[in-house]
Design a protein around this ligand. Structure first.
Ligand code: SAM
Length: 317
């Protein structure tokens, strides 16, 4: 395996350790992540609050998408998580009785191998996939009625579409595509090719990105240095300077429309205010200027292809 790919995979461990730090401090619940994360570390209150914002904002969008099922009865919904790492959303939804008809996860083979091995070894995970589930840890593949885990390199989108089709992806079904802190590890042209490929494939879909923005101002440069000092170059940053660039990344690449907002706005205006206030009391800090600056350097952007009005009424950032 190339050294670059190794360090990209380690970003998954880093993200999951940060999410565990939040879970252990009561920011949000996740009854499954601990099966995948062995190493624990206590993150700073600023990092914990940032992850709280990220997780809750993305959950909010996903739950709105799943809630549209009531308006379109009988319509099977799909989720496609790109660079999913050890994300446990499928297991959480399944435990709540909210899992969509199909849930696909894609990552580099070494990551899906480890994820598949954990799923095979933990009855609390495996049993949620149903009796017909097949887990091949060596190949990094899990297939079951609702959930599929596939190894794929997102830098090769022309191979991704056939692999997803073979796993049962329905190009016409309403689809929630998630790329949470993933495209920044692809070169801008590789990210654009992936966005274009999925835009051409999916006619009724929302592609939700969580990414860094504004890497070029003084604070952005400092953040990039801090992140890269942990060993992994953020190859996608040159293509993502601001919210307009994030929107254009969709509208220039086969998506009908796009929305984007920075996490400072999303934290203040789009999270459930009661839960936000609860979370803000968990760890008090006084670095407010730094908090707002950090949040203003991350965003959620959404590309939408909506051939039948499925997404009308979903409030994107
Ligand atoms: N989305 C997860 C989350 O936010 O918890 C994991 C985020 S982690 C920062 C980035 C993930 O993207 C890693 O799991 C990494 O292996 C995956 N990734 C990066 N480049 C990839 C590529 N070319 N193909 C497939 N997955 C990739």
């Amino acid at each position: 395996m190339a050294g670059g790919d190794m360090c990209v995979q380690l970003t998954n461990d880093d993200a999951q350790i940060s999410k565990m730090s939040c879970i252990e401090r009561g920011y949000f619940q996740d009854n499954f992540l601990h099966f995948f994360v062995r190493r624990r570390a206590r993150r700073s209150p600023l990092i914990n609050r940032g992850y709280y914002s990220r997780v809750m904002a993305l959950r909010n969008l996903l739950y709105q998408f799943l809630g549209r099922a009531n308006m379109f009865p009988g319509q099977p919904l799909q989720v496609l998580s790109l660079g999913a790492g050890y994300d446990t959303t499928f297991f959480q939804l399944e435990a709540q009785g909210l899992a969509p008809a199909r849930f696909y996860e894609v990552d580099l083979r070494e990551v899906t191998q480890r994820k598949a091995a954990t799923i095979a070894a933990v009855p609390d995970l495996r049993d949620r996939l149903g009796a017909s589930a097949a887990v091949d840890a060596e190949a990094g593949i899990v297939s079951s009625e609702r959930y599929s885990l596939l190894p794929a390199d997102l830098r090769e989108p022309e191979a991704l579409a056939p692999a997803l089709r073979a796993a049962g992806l329905d190009e016409a079904a309403p689809t929630f595509v998630l790329a949470e802190c993933v495209l920044v590890y692809l070169a801008p042209e590789e990210g654009a090719a992936l966005v274009r490929c999925l835009g051409a494939l999916l006619r009724c879909a929302a592609f939700v990105l969580y990414e860094q923005i504004r890497p070029d101002d003084a604070f952005g440069q400092q953040m990039v240095r801090n992140l890269e000092s942990r060993g992994c170059p953020l190859r996608g940053l040159p293509g993502t300077p601001d919210l307009e660039a994030q929107r254009r990344r969709f509208t220039d690449n086969a998506w009908q429309r796009a929305e984007a907002a920075d996490m400072d706005i999303i934290h203040r205006c789009h999270l459930d205010p009661i839960d936000r206030q609860r979370a803000e009391r968990l760890e008090i800090f006084d670095e407010f200027e730094e908090w707002h600056l950090i949040q203003a350097h991350y965003c959620i952007a959404v590309g939408i292809n909506d051939d039948r009005g499925f997404f009308q009424g979903v409030s994107f950032p």
